[in-house]
Each structure stands twice: as C-alpha cells, then as structure tokens.
Design a protein around this ligand. Structure first.
Ligand SMILES: [Zn+2]
Length: 82
C-alpha cells in the first residue's frame, strides 16, 4: 500500500512561509520595516531590512524603526485590531 499521494508536494530548499519559524532578532540602529509580498497563515508578513527580523500581526510585540517609532504600515494594522 502506498500513501505517497496523501502528502502535498513541497519543493525542497524553499520553506513554505506557513511553516517557517519567524526570524526575530534584537532590532538596532539600522531597523527599517517594510511589508513583504509574503503571507504567513493568511497574515501579511513584515520584515526588517536592518536586522532581518520578521513580524506578523498576531505576534505579541510591535516592530520599531531605528527612530523608535512604529512603522506606519504596522501601526495601521495594530490600530485596526484594537
Ligand atoms: Zn530590525
């Protein structure tokens, strides 16, 4: 009996964003957040150009720019959820 057909096909070497753990690093001076074209579990994924962290709205922390402010695109989402 073969059950190969039951598994969805996944390309090797390319993680599905739904399964990949988010990268979270301590943000520093260079932080600059931007929205990525990637969706993770139905949420828009953001990434930091400075430290490589990743964020989605369901995370219990809020990204900060190097200036200390919350990125406008993130603020929009956070506000909408309150
Ligand atoms: Zn950062």
């Amino acid at each position: 009996m073969s059950s190969f057909g039951a598994f969805p096909f996944r390309r090797r070497g390319r993680l599905d964003p739904d399964d990949a753990p988010l990268r979270i690093r301590s943000c520093r001076d260079l932080c600059s957040w931007h929205r990525t074209p990637v969706e993770r579990r139905g949420e828009p994924m953001f990434a930091c150009r400075g430290c490589g962290s990743q964020w989605v709205p369901s995370e219990h922390w809020t990204p900060r720019e190097s200036s200390g402010g919350i990125p406008p695109a993130v603020l929009e989402i956070v506000r909408a959820e309150i």
